[in-house]
Ligand binder design. Structure first.
Ligand code: 13P
Length: 283
């Protein structure tokens, strides 16, 4: 059932758990995510990245996601991930997205507040949630590249002022995670996260959660993390399964036999994440 991001975040904050937000690029990934949510009785957030929109098209992704959401009983929100273009975000509203992310992390503090406010003004009458980003999360997320030297951690005082003045519903924070595959083990700045959560009343979002050890995720959630983003790990599971199948059955030409096992494996990975984040059993 398609619901507003606001409904999912309010329940997560109240229940002190985080909801998984998984990126979708094609039908198999989408089905794996919603089936996992239904099996785990978990709320879920499906998100379309810039690369996903470029690959599948906004109309396709939104229509597929709305159809997938309508076929399950658990709450599903549809989010644009790292939107940077106001007009594209407005198109998402017209296509039935129920959650929006405006990523103004490359703008100045004041500009980031100003554009986030405009997005909030557009979203609020439609009961659509708005996620903003403060600080710069490193790594590669499709077309969004932030080099290590550019990544900056979120300042707790700025986060409080930003949330207050921008009116955002949830805030993505930079505390040491990065998009993509980690070179070493990521070190999260828990003291900073605690400080942010004390000063900032809105629920927080952890990006770049693929490859973050389970115990670090467990430690982070009580500090107000209500949304955890996963993309890379699902892609890895997809790619490994397809490569294995093709290696073992080089003559296979049936796309259903090539992609079917990948879908099953992705569904299992998503289910594990839902249990880890504490959202399993909450729907
Ligand atoms: P990963 O690809 O590192 O899982 O990050 C996903 C993400 O944060 C999407 O915004």
């Amino acid at each position: 059932m398609l619901v507003s991001g606001n409904e999912i975040f309010a329940a997560a904050k109240e229940g002190k758990y985080a909801v998984g937000a998984f990126n979708v690029n094609n039908m198999e990934i989408l089905q794996a995510i919603v089936e996992a949510a239904e099996e785990e009785k978990s709320p879920v957030i499906i998100q379309a990245s810039q690369g996903g929109i470029k690959y599948a098209g906004l109309e396709y992704i939104s229509a597929m996601a709305r159809l997938a959401a309508s076929q399950v009983s658990v709450p599903v929100a549809l989010n644009i991930d790292h939107g940077t273009d106001f007009d594209q975000i407005a198109r998402c509203v017209r296509h039935g997205f129920t959650a929006l992310m405006f990523d103004g992390s490359k703008l100045s503090f004041e500009e980031n507040i100003a554009v986030t406010r405009r997005v909030v003004e557009m979203a609020r009458p439609n009961d659509i949630s708005v996620e903003a980003e403060l600080g710069k999360i490193g790594g590669v997320e499709d077309d969004v590249v932030v080099h290590d030297r550019e990544a900056t951690f979120t300042d707790p005082d700025e986060a409080a002022e930003f949330a207050e003045r921008s009116g955002c519903d949830v805030l993505a924070v930079a505390i040491g995670t990065a998009h993509g595959v980690y070179k070493g083990e990521p070190k999260l700045d828990f003291a900073r996260l605690e400080e942010i959560s004390k000063k900032c009343s809105v629920p927080l979002v952890l990006h770049g959660a693929s490859g973050v050890p389970d115990d670090a995720i467990h430690r982070a959630i009580p500090f107000g993390i209500c949304k955890v983003n996963i993309d890379t790990e699902v892609r890895q599971v997809f790619a490994e399964a397809v490569k294995r199948l093709v290696n073992e059955h080089p003559d296979e030409i049936d796309p259903r036999k090539i992609l079917g096992p990948a879908k099953d494996n992705m569904r299992n990975t998503v289910r594990e994440k839902m249990r880890l984040f504490g959202c399993a059993g909450r729907a």
